[in-house]
Design a protein around this ligand. Sequence first.
Ligand SMILES: Nc1ncnc2c1ncn2[C@@H]1O[C@H](COP(=O)(O)OP(=O)(O)OP(=O)(O)O)[C@@H](O)[C@H]1O
Ligand SMILES: [Mg+2]
Length: 177
Amino acid sequence: MNDLVIETRALHKRFRTRNGHRVAVAGLDLAVPAGGVHGFLGPNGSGKTTTIRMLLGLARATSGQMWLFGQAVPARLPQVLPRIGAVVESPKFAPTFTGRQNLQLLARSIGVPDVQVDACLETVGLTGREKDRFGSYSLGMKQRLAIAATLLTSPDLLILDEPTNGLARPASGRSAR
Ligand SMILES: Nc1ncnc2c1ncn2[C@@H]1O[C@H](COP(=O)(O)OP(=O)(O)OP(=O)(O)O)[C@@H](O)[C@H]1O
Ligand SMILES: [Mg+2]
């Protein structure tokens, strides 16, 4: 059909509130072509997370249409989700397991070999800290581990909400004072 990986038309989301309702997304038309990086910018409360949640089937749209890889969602989500990696909420991992153990658990549950775990840890720059407990990671390290988890299956599309939260290049061993 076309090579849009994400498309929305006239997407609306209205939440019920105690005093009536709140419009979170008002007629969003989005067209994200394949093969690039698309930044989805807007002020706090402008509906970015809500849109991502609707695309992934975590929230229901009030009206409008959505497609992922040209497939209508949410109806076709079971077919397209295996091609997508996403970090939408704060990453949830077992705090007493190491970063590597957490990834291994995930990888084994989906039949991904351990070698891929190490490759993903390296890609996100966690090599050297992979044997530390997740609970001892900094915010950025937790975010890196979540990104590593999305890479285990080599997805065609990555959707990251607030992808740069806590991320910065490590300052070569220097600590804040
Ligand atoms: N479950 C909910 N019930 C009621 N209102 C909600 C709910 N979730 C989000 N909203 C409202 O929808 C609007 C959009 O919220 P959303 O989280 O999508 O914004 P955002 O663009 O991701 O903001 P931020 O930059 O702060 O992450 C906000 O006004 C928010 O208060
Ligand atoms: Mg948000």
